[in-house]
Design a protein around this ligand. Structure first.
Ligand code: AMP
Length: 117
């Protein structure tokens, strides 16, 4: 599976740096965000290095779908399924993507504003 030595999320996927893992299978890993912006803030990502939403051709449809399914599963496990939650994936400079490895933020546990940005 394609990975990058200097990518922090690849290092987490390889178990080289610690993270609080919430889910893992052969293709996908989910972790707690190290700087949570809501009571529930998880990151769901493919293990393979895909830089972001502009590189989805490098990801199988099955893995892409699994990212969303895992987000929903974690929303249920973390108790925000009924009250609601938000999933976000930042892409590029204007969106302030800070880690160039595709990931979906799962945010919940508090009321969020109606404005998305
Ligand atoms: P983004 O700015 O959308 O690329 O999101 C990157 C997210 O990764 C931020 O919310 C960071 O807090 C989070 N993050 C960065 N490094 C780590 C790490 N080592 N473990 C967990 N979360 C991290």
């Amino acid at each position: 599976m394609p990975m990058e030595n200097s990518c922090v999320f690849c290092e987490i996927a390889r178990g080289e740096i610690p993270a609080k893992k919430l889910y893992e299978d052969d293709d996908v890993i989910a972790i707690e965000d190290v700087a949570p912006q809501a009571p529930v803030h998880a990151l769901i990502m493919p293990k393979a290095h895909v830089a972001g939403l502009n590189q989805l051709d490098a990801l199988s449809d099955a893995t892409l779908a699994k990212l969303i399914r895992v987000a929903g599963k974690l929303a249920q496990e973390r108790g925000v399924k009924e009250r609601g939650y938000r999933i976000v994936s930042n892409c590029g400079q204007d969106a302030c993507q800070s880690v160039p490895h595709l990931h979906i933020h799962l945010l919940g546990g508090r009321a969020m504003g109606a404005d998305l940005a």
